[in-house]
Design a protein around this ligand. Sequence first.
Ligand code: BGC
Length: 311
Amino acid sequence: MGCIIGLDVGGTFIKGLVLKDGKAVYERDVPTRAGDELADCIEGLVEELAAGGGVTFSQIDGVGVCCPGVITDEGAVVKAANLGLTNYPLGALLAGKLGLPVKVCNDANAAALGEAKYGAGAGVKDSILITLGTGVGGGIVIDGKLFEGNKKAGAEIGHMVIERGGVRCSCGRYGCFEAYCSARALTQSTREAMKYDTGSAMWKTYNYDTADGRTAFEYMDSDPAAKKVVDKYLKYLACGVANLANIFRPQKILIGGGVAAQGTRLTKPLQTLVDAEIFAADYAPVEIACASLGNRAGAYGAAALFIDGGE
Ligand code: BGC
């Protein structure tokens, strides 16, 4: 019986799983080595996954990889600012190294596909998945189908401007959704808040280098400085989510990526803010929930590229 390997290349970790009969039988993550070493790093992980999952290469039907950025049909990464890649032939390099069929697609599109097939998007026709990780990604499912746009270069929702002339994004534009709502942006604003407020309770457990995207949420109930960071983060997140809700009006907007680990501490206040902002919220409500496959959604979606052509 054949199986599929699904991989999700993130800015910090590459998450992998071995999928057999639609079920993950083995999972493993390794730190990302970005730039030119990426293909070697993935090759090593595939070998570890095969060994851990108890399968030989001849039993693997294919390796589905999802990765930030715009990806060509041949699996080349046209541009992925957070991985430092431009025109990197990832699919061809991997197929050469592994001797297996390889398919590559955008990480957030894969996660949206994974959720629509196996997760929280399964019951509805229209859903949007927003990943809040090193970057901010998006996958839009309309009528049960992934909408990818011209040359599959959409949906780069992280590069939608929510603050004209605001903070510079890794893409070069100013004021992008990603520059305010990625886990990296949240980490940055938490550290700045700590620097500004030396009496903040966050200093009890963290210092400037160890504070991360979880810190402000952890202290939000006991420390005004942390609460301020979370409120500001939610305000910007609600702006981007409401924009998407107004344009596409899906039944569900799902939140994935590292920040989604906050669960209802994130989605509950976000739902209230979005309901207050969107057009005709009572008539056509939009439910906000966490992606149910958690940070595995992308890896599932990447593996699904080998099931029914990924459609
Ligand atoms: C990239 C997207 C990606 C997202 C999440 C953004 O910076 O442009 O392609 O989906 O990060 O990784």
